[in-house]
Ligand binder design. Structure first.
Ligand SMILES: [Zn+2]
Length: 116
């Protein structure tokens, strides 16, 4: 079997699809080289249903949902404050006074569980 083969399937642009090894990145996660159908005319990539499911499972496993943000710990009185970006707060339906449980789960990982 060759790594590239022209398929009898057409892209929406009319070009032919070719099975190729391509670098796959999804929600900012590098999945390395995967097989995809690439249009020889416009370059559109078509991932198989199986591969899409694999990528989505991995994104869910990592808990990113494309919402990873960087921030900095702030200080308020004797406590440290971590700001929750609006996109994450909205996605998780977080509101002021929502009860939470907070605990370290790994040496460099903090978990915030939302109650109620
Ligand atoms: Zn195309």
């Amino acid at each position: 079997m060759t790594s590239e083969s022209v398929l009898d399937v057409r892209c929406k642009c009319g070009g032919r699809l070719k099975r190729s090894a391509t670098e796959v990145e999804f929600f900012g996660i590098d999945f390395g080289t995967k097989k995809a159908d690439v249009c020889t005319k416009c370059g559109s990539e078509y991932l198989s249903q199986e591969l899409m499911e694999e990528l989505e499972a991995e994104v869910k496993r990592r808990g990113l949902f494309g919402l990873e943000r960087r921030g900095r710990v702030a200080k308020s009185g004797n406590s440290l404050v971590i700001r929750i970006p609006k996109e994450i707060a909205d996605t998780l339906k977080m509101k002021r006074d929502l009860p939470i449980v907070i605990y370290p789960s790994e040496p460099r990982k903090l978990v915030v569980e939302l109650e109620g």
